[in-house]
Design a protein around this ligand. Sequence first.
Ligand code: GLN
Length: 538
Amino acid sequence: MTKYIFVTGGVTSSLGKGIIAASLAKLLQARGFKVTIQKFDPYINIDPGTLNPYEHGECYVTEDGAETDLDLGHYERFLNVPTSQANNVTTGRIYKHVIEKEREGAYLGKTVQVIPHITDEIKRRMQLLGQGGEYDIIITELGGTVGDIESLPFIEAVRQLRWELGNNDSLVIHLTLVPYLAAAGELKTKPTQHSVKTLLEYGVQPDILVCRTEHKLTQEIRKKLALFCNVNINAVVESIDAPTIYDVPLLMLKEQLDKTVLTKLKLSTKNEPNLDNWKTFLGRLKNPTTEVNIGLVGKYVELPDAYKSIVEGFIHAGSANETKVKVSFIAAESISPENVADKLKGLDGVLVAPGFGERGLEGKLNTIKYVRENKIPFFGICLGMQCAVIEFGRNVLGLNGANSFEMDENTPHPVINLMEEQKNITNMGGTMRLGAYDCDIKKGTKAFAIYGKTKISERHRHRYEFNNAYLKDYEKAGMIASGFNPETGLVEIVELKDHPFFVAGQFHPELKSTVANPHPLFVSFVAASLANKKVVAK
Ligand code: GLN
């Protein structure tokens, strides 16, 4: 019998429901339970694939090619278990399904309504992952804040499901804010009381309160929260600001969140959580022996969430190298041939980020020319790889006006071209080359040295590709293709022969980096940047 945990949020957004859900899941997993997490988002887009990163941060892509919320990245990084399309559902997806069924005649003769048709579909989706008997516990995070109009059908679905499942098989965790008023010198419980009241109006009594706070919760505050919100005192859990998100599972362990959950769900376990590997990771992260400066050149740098998985990939690789990785965000548009040396000063390695559209392209090309010529370690991801190809075409092969077809449809040298299967696509949502694809790596290349094997699989999200008509010329001049998709022959990795580290992939390695498995490309790039730093220091 699968048990269900629902995580709601109150008072404000951005309290970190995803991190709390992932931390609890980690603790339960470390006790031997099979756990997964899913996210239900109340917006009308079918998925976040069509959202600008400024709106919603990074779009995280799963193995099966779903474009999802960035919280799924946290789930995978914490649990080291892949998620799928079923782990992220939006209002848009729910309505689309119900409306399509209505057109098919599935509800013939009936008025189709939010209750029961929409709520039934939400409940069906909430239980979908539980049907295979694969999981002991499913944690469902509800996006948005309690009280939002658009969240209402989801809360109602939770109310109904709790009634159907019973108290021993489900519980609700409400994440809330306990603000500190400096003028009064006090923590305030009223916002939490109000948000719990709102939940109660909808018929949902939370079982556990997780309280985000900048100061420790006193016993008195805990008692007050418990009394006024109708929960046990041990169900008031402090979530104090942590130095890193990776500290949160240990903080939740200290607050015994996992124990409280297991008691409420009537699950017994003899195992204490085994967090040895997690603690080793954290120990290395917190006690670096060296430091390395990486520049991230991109288009959405004002919003670091746009590059969430890349930033986390560097944290994992930093721990693996026992190095503090300092990532500086540099706006691609600001980099000109005149100021590039200055902009990249002090950096030991440079990453050119993924992206869409023309803005910042020239700045990325200026960056790549500089790091190529000055032998500074370079790592390109997706558009970053495409830029490396364009730069090499223009400046080494002398292909004037070389470009990606995305940026210039009239380029005389489309060294990056629209993929064949993309040519007749007119819809924008969910139509890129998405998800996991195999890649064969050539022996004797840097990519082979990094991965240590010839068969890999990486996740994709793009429409354009290396134009193989130019491959021979590139390889003759020193830029080689070291990874290919075996079915289509698409180039997946390019690298430079006579450079300490110049490697770029058409895929997104950051999506597969986890605490348990830091991604080899990130680990090697950080190591190469560190070696570059040592050379400079001499
Ligand atoms: N815009 C490029 C493409 O669609 C690269 C996409 C990306 O960087 N994710 O091919």
